[in-house]
Write a protein that binds this ligand. Structure first.
Ligand SMILES: Cc1ncc(COP(=O)(O)O)c(C=O)c1O
Length: 394
C-alpha cells in the first residue's frame, strides 16, 4: 500500500525556511514577564501577544488561579456533560451572560472548540452559512463539521453579503457569521450594516468576538457594544486566551440556543472541561474588566501612540482602532527579512504569511497590552525606524 507518511517526508517548507534563517514559528520563550520575554537567551519586547489587558501577571488573577488549584486540584478530569462541571464553571457562565447581556452562556475548554460546538450543533445540512471570507479557522471548521452550505462574501463587503442573502430561498435557515475584530488585520466587521441585513432578511447574526471582548466598547463588552448593536447580535462567541488571561471559550445567546448547544455540541460533550485555575483566572479577569476601565483605556492609548509613531515614520499601517495593528510590508521574503531583523533588534512581532494574507500583501502583525509602558512603545518605534530604513521601507 502507499505509505501514509510519504507526504510528511516530502514536506520540506519548514526545514527550507529554517535553513535560510527565516523560520518565524514555534520560537521558544524561556521566561516571560508579560511585555518582556526571553527568546534565544536575549530579552525581547513582546509585540505579538493577545494578552491585551496585561492580566496574565496581575496579582489578583494569579492568586485566584492558585486558590482554585488548592480548592479543586489541577484538572476536572472529565467533560462538562458528566463529572466536569464545577460551581466555578456555573458562576462564570452566569457572570458572562450578565456581562454580555444575553439570556445564557456556556463556557468551553477553548475558543476554537466553542465555535466547533456552536456551529456544529446549530447548523445543519440544508442550512446556509453566509460568512466573511476572512473568518477565523474555527468558524470554517465549525460550519464544515455541520456540512451546511457555505457562501462567502469578500472581506467586509456588505453588498456581497446582501447579494448572497437575496439569492437564498426563504425556506432555508441561514446565519450571517463574522469575526468582530479580525485577528490578522485588526479591522472591524461592519456590524451595523450586517445587523440591518439580518433584520431585513430575517436571518440570524453570529459574531465571534475573540479579540473584541474586554477591549472594544465603552465597558469592554465587545464589538457589538462599540457599534451600539448588541441587541441585533443573536449569538456572541469568544475566548479566554486573550483579554481574559486564561484558556477557554464562551458562547452567549438565547437560553434555548445555549441549552441546545450544551446537549449537541460534540467538542463540549466529548472533551474535558476548563481546568479549575483556568476558570478562576477568567472570573478574576472579568472582575477586573468590569470594575476598572483603566487597562482598556491604557491599551488603546498604547495602540494610538504606536500607530501615530509608525505613520510619522512613513509605514503603511491599519486604520481600525483595535488592539491589533498590522504593518504592511509587501512581498513575502521582504517581510520575513524585516520580521527577523526586528527580532534581532529586540522586538518580537508576528509574521503573517499566505494563505492568511495575499502573497504580495504580507504583513507584520503587532498587538498591544495595557501593561506596555510609553518607554517600551518608544523603544519599539526606534527599532521599526532603524529596521525600516535598513529595508528601504521608509
Ligand atoms: C477570531 C478567533 N476565534 C477563535 C479563536 C480561538 O480561540 P482559542 O485560542 O481560545 O482556541 C481565535 C484565536 O486565535 C480567534 O482569533
Amino acid at each position: 500500500m502507499a505509505d501514509l507518511f510519504k507526504r510528511c517526508r516530502d514536506y520540506t517548507a519548514s526545514n527550507d525556511a529554517k535553513a535560510m534563517g527565516f523560520y518565524p514559528y514555534f520560537l521558544t520563550i524561556s521566561d516571560s514577564e508579560g511585555t518582556e520575554v526571553i527568546i534565544d537567551g536575549k530579552p525581547r519586547l513582546m509585540l505579538g501577544s493577545n494578552n491585551y489587558l496585561g492580566l496574565t501577571t496581575h496579582p489578583k488573577v494569579r492568586e485566584a488561579a492558585a486558590a482554585a488549584i488548592h480548592q479543586f486540584g489541577t484538572s476536572c478530569s472529565g467533560s462538562r456533560f458528566l463529572n466536569g462541571t464545577l460551581v466555578l464553571h456555573e458562576m462564570l457562565e452566569e457572570r458572562l451572560a450578565g456581562f454580555l447581556r444575553k439570556e445564557a452562556a456556556a463556557v468551553l475548554t477553548t475558543g476554537y472548540q466553542t465555535n466547533l460546538a456552536m456551529l456544529g450543533a446549530l447548523m445543519q445540512r440544508d442550512d446556509v452559512a453566509v460568512m466573511d471570507i476572512s473568518n477565523h479557522a474555527s468558524i470554517y471548521e465549525g460550519v464544515m463539521i455541520s456540512r451546511c452550505r457555505i457562501r462567502r462574501y469578500e472581506h467586509l463587503n456588505v453588498t456581497g453579503c446582501e447579494e448572497i442573502l437575496a439569492g437564498i430561498k426563504p425556506e432555508k435557515s441561514t446565519a450571517i457569521i463574522t469575526d468582530g475584530v479580525f485577528s490578522m488585520e485588526g479591522d472591524l466587521a461592519p456590524l451595523p450594516e450586517l445587523a440591518e441585513l439580518k433584520r431585513r432578511f430575517g436571518t440570524r447574526l453570529i459574531v465571534d468576538d475573540a479579540h473584541g471582548l474586554g477591549t472594544m466598547g465603552a465597558t469592554g463588552r465587545g464589538t457589538a457594544e462599540h457599534f451600539g448593536v448588541e441587541d441585533d447580535v443573536d449569538i456572541v462567541s469568544g475566548t479566554f486566551s486573550k483579554s481574559f488571561a486564561s484558556l477557554g471559550g464562551v458562547v452567549a445567546g438565547p437560553a434555548a440556543v445555549i441549552d441546545y448547544i450544551k446537549h449537541h455540541g460534540r467538542s463540549l460533550i466529548y472533551s474535558a472541561s476548563m481546568t479549575p485555575p483556568a476558570v478562576a483566572a477568567a472570573l478574576a479577569s472579568l472582575d477586573l474588566m468590569e470594575n476598572d476601565p483603566e487597562p482598556r483605556e491604557r491599551l488603546h492609548a498604547n495602540v494610538r501612540r504606536m500607530r501615530e509613531g509608525l505613520v510619522q515614520l512613513g509605514f503603511k499601517v491599519g486604520t481600525a482602532e483595535t488592539p491589533v495593528l498590522p504593518v504592511y510590508v509587501g512581498e513575502e521574503m521582504r517581510m520575513l527579512a524585516f520580521w527577523k531583523t526586528l527580532l534581532e533588534h529586540g522586538v518580537y512581532t508576528n509574521a503573517v504569511l499566505p494563505p492568511a494574507v495575499a502573497p504580495d500583501d504580507t504583513l507584520i502583525r503587532t498587538s498591544f497590552m495595557a501593561s506596555h509602558s510609553n518607554e517600551q512603545i518608544d523603544r519599539a518605534l526606534d527599532a521599526f525606524a532603524t529596521v525600516g530604513k535598513m529595508a528601504n521601507l521608509i
